[in-house]
Design a protein around this ligand. Structure first.
Ligand code: UDX
Length: 454
């Protein structure tokens, strides 16, 4: 199948590369010359395990190309995936300007290409798929925008993505499910064919109407975000009532109706999806005068989670109320990325925390296995970037664990204690056991568990 991806961001690049890997002829279009140049040199602009190798292989096989040329990209494409960004505007609504601009270009391309459907002699209509996460009703707007530029037939489809950063290649190749919102049986059967190689192990492809498919994405992400805020709220109660959230989680999760996923407390969810999608869902409710009270609370709990963690730092170093004065103190940070396996720092709790530490006068030294460059883009030289994880604790008055990278899970606490000015750890990911930290001689604060105060 001849496929064009519009937008070589995270979703477009992973989807395009994986679709080329099953033998499709994929062209990825972007407006950013530097990005296209980089991709044409075989370099990926994002860090995603396994992506570089797949990209190189399929590019070499001539199945994967990158271009700035709209006419060349749209003209021969049977299927066009719109994967451009939908950033939140000031009200938290998904901004559709890039999606609608792509729709206009597609309309013009269909109109100017030869043949009854813009595909030469073929009478098969092009399928335009919105893969960007968009509010319910966006496909209808995209259809109207394309139809305002051409009277030739085309199909619309919604195909939400459920990729997790750091595991995106595996998620694409073995999806739990594929969701297709289609406007016709023809589009449905052609897209089921496209995805058939990825569900050979028997996972379902759900074909449904377009608004339902658009809603599946928001409902799924909002549900997962709700689980995280729920356990964070319970963790707060555990701290005040002397319960241990790890034990509570184990006890709860034995009930199959509750399940055992996405119930780990921490610093709250970050990344490019959950925060943005929860806000977009809230504003979808506002627009139709149906307030989404539960999701508003999910968002608030998530924001508060970082503040509560910071309050632990303030309480340890300060006089009891308000922000502590951290002048002259050196605070080490382990983990900058919003989660392990990625260099993405969008909505990363570490950034909020490091900014707050700087405001309190501290010197901040941070380590992350991959997220230095992305962090430098936001924090500049306001913090020190440590080459190794142990450099962070040298002379430090406290260590903050912000990301649960594997390499932080079993550190040599003897060596760490010897290097630190004071043995104090604030663990935002519950990586260590309070009892072991007490034994190792640390002051230790985590989330929803006993504090070890010495
Ligand atoms: C998410 C969805 O999982 C994916 O289906 C969707 O397509 C995009 O958004 P991603 O943002 O890559 O993927 O990360 P994910 O692994 O889901 O984690 C999101 C955030 O939740 C991270 O900040 C993580 O630390 C946090 N989290 C996750 C918790 O705090 N507790 C948990 O139990 C699980």
């Amino acid at each position: 199948m001849r496929i064009t991806m519009v937008g070589t961001g995270y979703v477009g690049l992973v989807t395009g590369t994986c679709l080329s890997n099953t033998g499709n002829d994929v062209t990825c279009l972007d407006v950013d010359p530097a990005k296209i140049e980089k991709l044409n040199r075989g370099e990926s602009p994002i860090y995603e395990p396994g992506l570089d190798e797949l990209l190189e292989r399929n590019k070499a096989a001539g199945r994967l190309a990158f271009t700035l040329d709209k006419a060349a990209a749209y003209g021969p494409a049977e299927v066009i995936f719109i994967c451009v960004g939908t950033p939140s505007d000031e009200q938290g609504r998904a901004d559709l300007k890039y999606v609608l601009a792509a729709a206009r270009d597609i309309g013009d391309a269909i109109e100017s290409a030869e043949g009854p459907t813009g595909l030469g002699a073929s009478d098969k209509a092009k399928i335009v798929i919105v893969k960007s996460t968009v509010p319910v009703g966006t496909n209808a707007k995209v259809r109207a925008e394309i139809a305002s530029r051409t009277s030739k037939p085309f199909h619309m489809a919604s195909n939400p993505e459920f990729l997790k950063e750091g595991a995106a290649i595996n998620d694409f190749n073995k999806p739990d499910r594929v969701v297709l919102g289609v406007d016709s049986e023809d589009a449905g059967s052609r897209l089921r064919d496209l995805y058939a190689p990825f569900v050979r192990q028997g996972n379902p492809i759900f074909t449904m109407d377009i608004p339902s498919a658009e809603m599946v994405k928001y409902a799924s992400n909002a549900m997962l975000a709700t689980k995280i805020s729920f356990i964070n709220e319970i963790a707060g109660l555990c701290e005040l009532y002397g319960a241990d959230v790890d034990e509570v989680r184990r006890g709860m999760c034995a009930d199959a109706r509750i399940g055992n996923k996405f119930l780990y407390p921490g610093l709250g969810y970050g990344g490019s999806c959950f925060p943005k999608d929860v806000l977009a869902c809230i504003s979808m409710g506002d627009e139709v005068n149906r307030p989404t009270d539960l999701l508003a609370a999910v968002h608030k709990v998530n924001q508060d989670q970082r503040i509560r963690f910071l309050e632990k730092v303030d309480a340890h170093f300060g006089s009891g109320s308000g922000p502590a004065d951290l002048s002259g103190m050196r605070i080490g940070v382990w983990g900058i990325a919003f989660k392990p396996g990625t260099d993405d720092i969008r909505e990363a709790p570490s950034i909020t925390l490091m900014k707050a530490l700087l405001e309190r006068g501290a010197e901040v030294v941070a380590h992350d296995p991959v997220a230095f460059e992305t962090c430098r883009g936001v924090m500049g030289d306001s913090i020190t970037y440590a080459g190794g994880m142990l450099d962070v604790v040298e002379g430090a008055d406290a260590l903050l664990v912000c990301t649960d990278w594997d390499e932080y899970k079993h550190p040599d606490f003897g060596a760490i204690r010897a290097k630190m000015r004071a043995p104090v750890v604030f663990d935002g990911r519950n990586l260590y056991r309070p009892a072991s930290m007490r034994e190792a001689g640390f002051v230790y604060h985590s989330v929803g568990r006993e504090a070890v105060t010495g």
